[in-house]
Write a protein that binds this ligand. Structure first.
Ligand code: UD1
Ligand code: CA
Length: 469
């Protein structure tokens, strides 16, 4: 697909310097999340699929924030544009970084996160086959408002006009500029210098390059993107929500195609990176976030949020659970109304019931904590029964302490285990105990006031006459 005269090298540049004023945010626009990932992250991943020789992000507004986000990526250049005088000015900032380089510059926008790799391939193919100086990715949309319009003569692109500078007739044009382009590097930076800031915003518009090249009789091509939703840009919170909805629908469709049942896709919120195994059933109002992985044949009931968690096969999560940073083994059952906090591990076929909170705790295989418990900083072996209302007192006001409950132990209801403390293998703790010392294996720990029954007390009380107020 490459002509012998041209270098096959691809250099990606991502524009991310704009202030994003319409977002009214303290966060740089490109770091706003879509499908649980910063928009810039989506664009970087798509860019990586064309195997670029270099990738450069142009940052400006809140540069440090954006730079921090991309810091640990090798082979990623960051160039600062200060002040931000428009898209042409932004692209000029990478000239120094690309001096002496030849091939194709693929220009992407940090605020266009839905773009698919196949579309980039199509754009590059069109560009290289036509040996164009510039190829503009365009789309035909119902509501072109806000975008630059593609003006053609005899079918060929002649100019792009921005919304604010367009005449009423030009505004009727429904073919829009996606802000994504392929450029031949050779003439690019020289031509950029001829762009002036004569427009409604007083900015240097990259879109003016089309007219510049036309005047110089250099070939300019267009590549029409079929699915216009892909090139939607995010400039406001409304557009952020719209783009997020599209991203979410795509994710839902992918999962359903892979054998996951979504009872109501419209109310199912699954981040881009989440994986779900086949035959898992997801009920309405479920939110799966971050690096969550859910196995096969699980059932996640309504109104559950799971973030950065690994769930194995055949696990049931009942209604109204919050699970963050946990691991749940095969066949376990969680909830309803359970809270699994970071560094919790629930073993195979273990059960965590209603109003149970686990933090930095391992619950062994086959163990049960079925009702009303707080288990924090605890290592609980297999086949342990944690009675209703059991609490690990893990905090002394300054430090956290560990509780160990060994295999097969039985903790009677309403017990407090004052950490650090160890309950030995097979030991029992009597209901209502406040355990402050270790209970050896096989022993019964009992730590509560003895019961006294006062015989005849009720009768004596009632015969003494009227009760005092
Ligand atoms: C731009 C295009 C418009 C196109 C639309 C597609 C221009 C003049 N207009 O308009 O034709 O339809 O994108 O989404 O190019 N940026 C910088 N530095 C700047 C200004 C912008 O890096 O000085 C970055 C922004 O962060 C953003 C991108 O360039 O990622 C586009 O800028 P934005 O201000 O959003 O342009 P639009 O008005 O959307
Ligand atoms: Ca934009």
């Amino acid at each position: 697909m490459t002509s012998p005269s041209r270098s096959p090298d691809i250099h990606v540049v991502i524009l991310a310097a704009g202030q994003g004023m319409r977002m009214k945010s303290a966060l740089p626009k490109v770091l706003h999340l879509v499908g649980g990932r910063p928009m810039l992250e989506h664009v970087l991943r798509t860019a990586a699929t064309v195997n670029p020789v270099s990738t450069t992000v142009v940052v400006g507004h809140m540069a440090e924030n954006v730079r921090r986000h991309v810091r640990d990526r090798a082979q990623l250049g960051v160039v600062v544009q200060e002040p931000q005088l428009g898209t042409a000015h932004a692209l000029q900032q990478v000239e120094a970084a690309l001096t002496g380089k030849t091939g194709t510059l693929l220009l992407l926008s940090g605020d266009v996160p839905l773009l698919r790799p196949a579309t980039l391939q199509g754009l590059l193919r069109t560009h290289l086959e036509a040996q164009a100086a510039a190829t503009v990715a365009t789309a035909i949309v119902e509501r072109p408002y806000g975008y630059g319009r593609i003006l053609r003569a005899a079918g060929r692109i002649v100019r792009i006009v921005e919304e604010r500078d367009a005449s009423r007739a030009e505004r009727q044009v429904r073919e829009i500029n996606s802000g994504i382009y392929a450029f031949d590097l050779a003439p690019l930076f020289h031509a950029l210098r001829t762009i002036a800031a004569r427009n409604a915003q007083g900015e240097y518009y990259l879109t003016d390059l089309v007219a510049v090249y036309r005047r110089r009789r250099r070939p300019v091509e267009t590549f029409v993107v079929q699915d216009a939703s892909e090139i939607r840009g995010v400039n406001s919170r409304t557009e952020l929500a719209e783009v997020s909805t599209v991203m979410r629908q795509k994710k839902n469709e992918e999962l359903m195609a892979a054998g996951v049942t979504l009872i109501d896709p419209a109310t199912t919120y699954i981040d881009s990176d989440v994986q779900v195994g086949p035959d898992t059933v997801i009920h309405p109002g479920v939110v799966l976030q971050g690096q969550t992985r859910i196995g096969a044949a699980c059932e996640i009931h309504a109104c559950v949020r799971i973030a950065d968690t690994e769930i194995a096969d055949r696990v049931t999560v009942h209604n109204f659970c919050l699970i963050v940073g946990a691991r749940v083994a095969e066949g376990a059952s969680i909830g309803p109304f359970a809270h699994l906090r970071p560094d919790t591990e629930v073993g195979q076929a273990a059960k965590v019931g209603n109003f149970v909170e686990l933090k930095k705790t391992t619950l062994g295989a086959g163990s049960k904590a079925n009702h009303l418990s707080y288990l924090g900083d605890a290592t609980i072996g297999p086949n342990v029964n944690v009675g209703a209302g059991t609490i690990t007192c893990n905090y002394d006001g300054r430090q956290k302490h560990q509780t160990v409950i060994e295999e097969g132990a039985f903790i009677g209801s309403d017990s407090q285990l004052v950490a650090p403390v160890r309950i030995g293998k097979g030991a029992y703790v009597a209901a209502g105990s406040s355990i402050t010392e270790d209970v050896p294996a096989g022993a019964l720990g009992i730590a509560r006031g003895r019961q006294t029954n006062v015989e005849g007390w009720v009768e004596r009380k009632t015969n003494k006459g009227p009760a005092k107020a």
